[in-house]
Design a protein around this ligand. Structure first.
Ligand code: HEC
Length: 307
């Protein structure tokens, strides 16, 4: 049971002690809670003697810098009052250095640039949902709003026993981009995994598999780094702005590379003939991902003239 300690420890200045009970106090029970909370908000930091005592920081900048400094903040319990036996879900509750491998995998997926790709979609979804709710004048927030908006976190553990690459499919008909919800699980031998982790030889990586395909499918006959091929130089292409034959410009992202391979005629790069054959049906989704990763990995070569 939660306990209320009356006295704060001696090192806590008395003017910083506030009777703040974040679980059952009027601060959270009153609606709206703002009035009761304002007392606490006037202080950037205060001490509550509830639940064994704890410090509360109220300023975003302070909280952010504390979170980002593992010397002063580590996660060892989930929730408050502290429960040292609570399960610490990975990677949310990991401290450095354990969280580094997770960050390496997850950060690119959740980068601001990646997130920006979903912005219009999520905004539209949100507006549509609010338009449905508004005439009611009220709603059950979780089931009618929060559950409908994507952005949830789920967690699954298993022990892989067989190295290889495995497809991942969404097992539930979940809505408009269901068919695109595929993924891949790559199971590596521990030593290979260590090499991959340390950023070493990209042996076995998507990009290196793509490099091989690039030869096998003869992409390299038209796309040459020396600009002597019939197709554009792909080195340094990713992230660059290209001009199309119709004068439009676009920034090269995964979607464009994908389309260039599957439907080369859909968007013709300016200065080139539409001679690239389609590879639709010739490459699997997996191979397509490998080719895309390979194109992404092609860094600009200094000697190539910008076109
Ligand atoms: C017969 C020659 C040829 C082959 C083979 C070929 N391409 Fe192309 N590719 C082109 C030409 C020409 C263009 C520019 C015209 C266009 O946009 O369709 C192009 C455009 C592209 C683009 C867009 C580049 C830009 O600057 O906008 C990408 C990416 C691409 N190809 C990747 C590939 C990959 C991957 C393969 C192999 C699976 C491949 N190409 C095979 C000729 C070829």
């Amino acid at each position: 049971m939660a306990t209320l300690t009356i006295d704060a420890p001696e090192h806590v200045p008395p003017e910083l002690v506030l009777p703040f009970d974040q679980l059952n106090g009027p601060e959270v029970m009153n609606f709206p809670p703002t009035a009761a909370l304002s007392m606490a908000h006037e202080k950037p930091v205060f001490y509550s003697s509830y639940y064994g005592g704890f410090w509360v920081f109220t300023r975003y900048e302070d909280i952010r810098s504390i979170y980002q400094n593992p010397d002063v903040f580590i996660q060892w319990s989930q929730g408050f009052p502290a429960n040292p036996f609570s399960k610490l879900y990975k990677p949310l509750y990991l401290n450095p250095p354990e969280h580094m491998p997770w960050r390496r995998v997850l950060t690119p997926i959740f980068s601001p640039r990646q997130m920006a790709r979903y912005e219009d979609f999520v905004r539209e979804l949100t507006r549509n949902q609010l338009a449905k709710i508004a005439p009611q004048g009220k709603c059950e927030f979780v089931s009618e709003f929060a559950d409908v908006i994507p952005g949830r976190y789920t967690n699954l553990w298993f022990q892989p026993t067989k190295p290889g690459r495995y497809h991942l499919f969404c097992a539930e008909y979940c809505g408009t981009r269901h068919s695109g919800m595929t993924g891949e699980v790559i199971v590596m031998e521990p030593s290979e995994f260590q090499t991959w982790l340390s950023g070493g030889a990209p042996e076995g990586s998507l990009a290196s598999a793509g490099a091989k395909l690039f030869q096998d499918l003869a992409c390299n006959t038209c796309h040459r780094p020396d600009a002597q091929g019939r197709g554009p130089v792909l080195e340094g292409l990713f992230g660059k702005t290209v001009t199309l034959q119709n004068g439009e410009t676009l920034t090269v992202d995964e979607a464009y590379v994908r389309e260039s391979i599957l439907q080369p005629a859909a968007k013709i790069a300016s200065g080139f003939q539409p001679i690239m054959p389609t590879f639709q049906g010739l490459v699997t989704e997996e191979q397509l991902l490998e080719l895309i990763e390979y194109v992404k990995s092609l860094k600009a070569l200094p000697q190539v003239q910008p076109r």
